[in-house]
Write a protein that binds this ligand. Structure first.
Ligand SMILES: *[C@@H]1O[C@H](CO)[C@@H](O)[C@H](O)[C@H]1NC(C)=O
Ligand SMILES: *[C@@H]1O[C@H](CO)[C@@H](O)[C@H](O)[C@H]1NC(C)=O
Ligand SMILES: *[C@@H]1O[C@H](CO)[C@@H](O)[C@H](O)[C@H]1NC(C)=O
Ligand SMILES: *[C@@H]1O[C@H](CO)[C@@H](O)[C@H](O)[C@H]1NC(C)=O
Ligand SMILES: [Zn+2]
Length: 504
């Protein structure tokens, strides 16, 4: 039922009630009906639960009521302050075990935990480090000592450097801090959106020398898939930027090489984990670049899509929306596929902003005018009723990444996240993690926790979780045949999860 026709039927009902027994106190049946109707409208509101599922739903409800009594309430606090509390939460532990379907919004250079990067990648031979004057670091693998670079004095080989240190663990911890935003004191470290974004972009530069070294790159992707798989995720769509992989002798591979590696490593991972569906790539370019550069990237993406249709899902613009070019600014570049009559699906970041009414804020409208397949973040979507309605009727899902929005300071208490409106309104939504390395998360369980306990409140139930997981397959870029296969596999895992957890 559309919201309009349901509105009319409610009015007719109210009139009938009033003719029968017009009392001054509101009719409790009418109240019940209204509450039930509202609940049925939310995400997962029409999912019919089996008796076993109802049992688990009741259990989850009780756990959530207890969770809400915790002071401070974790979703009301900055994630960095409460991660250790969330880790102990019984709701969180259940969410970890839950088959969550797919991760549809993650960036390739922030896929793997900082621990692995430091303890594995930087321990390989030929790894050099350079300490920048402003306090960050750069890495490079090289057969000989690299030439000095701008902003830092000299390169040191890490194995030699570590050999001379008395406290290697403390040093390694400091390197981890260089590769993540995670800190005990986020208020001081990132007082404003500008400060948070500045560090954010800087970390990507620090990461690049590590993860684009060809041998690390391969193991890194494998490790990324493993971290997702261990969190009960079966499929990934990864935003991949323009950086190219390099070898020890300085040889640089082309971008097609990286795509092939994504495909090959995914295949290798699937051989070892047959219940993993796979991964696809969304070709991305930074929105701080010029129209002509973006145009060239669109052309490249069209070409890559022709050559690697199985691995390349589409195209996106990345980087901070508030300071980069808007979708409308790039309209000439983005019209290229339709002009050339080529199919290049778009997966735009849009509305990751609180600048209501500005050109930036119009990205959600423009993303839809460019027929985007999904909307990254869509934090501003609730300010655009027409765009919101259009997205719903076209089945354009919002990729909700709550921890990212909180760390990048769009919202502090996650109970106030605008996606709460989308959830109660049954809007198509998927949950994702954006940049696990930088936010100190692995998998999707932390973001699911914030959505389920914080944004969704006490009304979000097992039906909501089930629909969110199914949405991630439904709104993926997989072919309908692969979607069916993924959905069947997911259902099997779900049944097992319900059977194992609905007893107690
Ligand atoms: C890093 O991980 C890879 C792949 O799991 C493993 O083969 C390698 O031995 C590890 N290297 C170090 C230095 O831990
Ligand atoms: C990065 O690592 C260096 C070297 O250990 C350290 O001096 C610096 O404080 C670290 N930076 C951050 C942001 O933690
Ligand atoms: C990917 O695998 C294919 C088939 O095994 C191989 O020919 C190709 O060289 C691999 N590509 C890369 C970049 O490793
Ligand atoms: C979006 O899709 C509509 C309907 O299929 C089509 O008419 C329009 O040209 C498309 N717009 C762009 C920019 O691709
Ligand atoms: Zn993103």
């Amino acid at each position: 039922m559309s919201s309009l026709s349901w509105h009319i039927s409610l009015q007719v009902f109210l009139m009938l009630v009033c003719i029968k027994e017009c009392m001054l106190m509101p009719d409790p049946h009418q109240r019940d009906l209204m509450l039930k109707q509202e609940l049925s409208q939310q995400v997962g509101g029409r999912v019919e639960l089996t008796p076993a599922e109802q049992h688990l739903d009741t259990l989850l409800y009780q756990l959530k009521v207890k969770e809400m009594a915790i002071s401070p309430f974790p979703p009301a606090k900055h994630f960095f302050k409460v991660r250790h509390v969330i880790q102990k939460s019984p709701v969180f532990k259940l969410l970890q075990k839950m088959p969550k379907g797919a991760a549809l919004h993650i960036h390739s250079s922030a896929l793997v935990s900082a621990d692995w990067l430091v303890l594995n990648a930087t321990y390989r031979p030929h790894c050099y480090i350079c300490f920048m004057w402003e306090g960050s670091v750069r890495f490079l693998f090289s057969a000989r000592t690299p030439f000095p670079r701008l902003g830092c004095s000299f390169w040191s080989r890490l194995d030699t450097l570590r050999a001379g240190l008395s406290d290697v663990t403390a040093f390694d911890n400091s390197l981890m801090r260089n590769l993540t935003l995670f800190t005990d004191d986020s208020e001081t470290a990132y007082p404003t959106q500008d400060a948070a974004w500045k560090r954010f972009e800087e970390i990507f530069v620090a990461l690049s020398g590590l993860v684009t070294y060809a041998p690390v790159f391969k193991d890194y992707i494998y490790q990324g898939l493993k971290e997702l798989y261990d969190d009960n995720i079966m499929y990934l769509e990864l935003r991949v930027g323009q950086s190219r992989a390099y070898e020890l002798d300085g040889t640089v591979h082309d971008k097609a090489w990286s795509l092939e590696v994504y495909r090959n490593i995914t295949e290798q991972f699937r051989e070892n984990h047959p219940d993993f569906i796979g991964s696809r790539v969304i070709y991305s370019i930074h929105r701080s670049l010029s129209v002509s550069t973006v145009k060239q990237a669109v052309q490249e993406a069209i070409e890559m899509q022709r050559k690697y249709p199985d691995i390349l899902a589409g195209f996106d613009l990345v980087g901070r929306e508030d300071t980069g070019g808007s979708i409308w600014y790039f309209r000439e570049a983005l019209s290229l596929p339709s002009e050339l009559k080529k199919n290049l699906p778009f997966f735009f970041h849009a509305g990751e902003t609180d600048l209501d009414g500005t050109e930036v804020d119009r990205n959600v409208v423009d993303a839809l005018l460019f027929n985007t397949s999904r909307i990254g973040h869509g934090f501003a979507l609730v300010h655009h009723p027409l765009a919101k309605e259009l997205a719903r009727t076209r089945g354009v899902a919002v990729e909700l990444c709550p921890i990212s929005n909180q760390v990048l300071k769009l919202v502090s208490d996650l109970r106030n996240h605008p996606a709460g409106v989308l959830i109660s309104d049954g809007h198509p939504i998927v949950v994702s993690s954006d940049d696990p390395t930088l936010f100190g998360t692995t998998g999707l369980s932390y973001d699911f926790y914030e959505v389920f306990v914080g944004i969704g409140g006490l009304s979000a139930n097992l039906g909501t979780l089930k629909e969110l997981a199914m949405n991630s397959i439904r709104y993926s870029s997989l072919s309908s045949q692969l979607k069916d296969k993924a959905m069947m596999l997911w259902q099997e895992k779900w049944n097992k999860f319900i059977a194992e957890n609905s007893k107690s």
